[in-house]
Ligand binder design. Structure first.
Ligand SMILES: [Zn+2]
Length: 233
């Protein structure tokens, strides 16, 4: 059996495994990172609050103006001398006082909204700058990842071609043994002998086993520990 060639096939398959794992890792990384998603959510949140604050500011402002007009009207009525009844005058005076308090509250609300508006604009500017930095970084990073994936996809198709060529040069019995072992031994059917050790399970091999494995065209020699076919160069 051509063990050397089987070992070449094994090397191709091991390489293919690595390429597949790397592509899987790249694909996992190709989703937008948490940091970027959080930065975008922060910008959206501040923008929504800014809209609300602007509406609040405008409401308070309109409310204050309306109250001012009503206060002026009431004051005019009081000054006009048309209202002579003391109780009515008292009620009018009370209503003016109440409207003045409301107006003062509306002014406070408008001022608070204005301050929050300014704070939010500053915050939002910072958040937008951070977001655009992260987006830039991510664009560079994802382009690099896509390039890397392309490189691995090319490598993958080259390896597949090599594999095809290799299997065509192996006989049916060798291929059958190989795929059986591959299935049972986590994808690794052939292990090299390195410094007297099995490269798959790292067990020290008896000298007889090593020298038998050196007979290139002989029948397969198995690692007594893990059961894989041994290849000794
Ligand atoms: Zn072994």
């Amino acid at each position: 059996m051509d063990i050397a060639r089987l070992y070449e096939l094994q090397k191709i398959d091991t390489h293919l495994d690595k390429v597949r794992r790397r592509v899987a890792q790249i694909r996992q990384k190709l989703g937008e990172p948490q940091e970027l998603l959080r930065a975008r959510a922060a910008v959206d949140e501040s923008a929504v609050e800014l809209e609300q604050v602007r509406a609040r500011q405008l409401d308070a402002d309109l409310n204050a103006r309306q109250l001012l007009e009503r206060i002026r009207e009431s004051e005019k009525r009081m000054m006009s001398g048309q209202v002579r009844n003391a109780k009515e005058l008292e009620a009018l005076q009370a209503s003016i006082e109440s409207m003045k308090r409301q107006r003062s509250q509306a002014d406070d609300d408008a001022l608070a909204a204005l301050q929050r508006n300014e704070e939010l604009q500053q915050l939002l500017a910072g958040q937008r700058a951070a977001l655009s930095r992260l987006e830039g970084d991510w664009q560079t990073q994802s382009q690099a990842l896509e390039q890397e994936e392309l490189k691995y996809r090319r490598m993958y198709s080259q390896l597949k071609q090599q594999r095809q060529g290799m299997t065509e040069r192996l006989d049916g019995a060798a291929l059958a043994l190989y795929s059986q072992l591959q299935e049972r031994k986590a994808g690794v059917a052939v292990a090299a002998v390195q410094n007297g050790l099995c490269s798959a399970c790292n067990v020290s091999l008896p000298t007889g086993v090593v020298s038998n494995a050196r007979i290139v065209e002989g029948s397969p020699v198995y690692c007594p520990s893990c059961g894989r076919v041994l290849f000794a160069s």
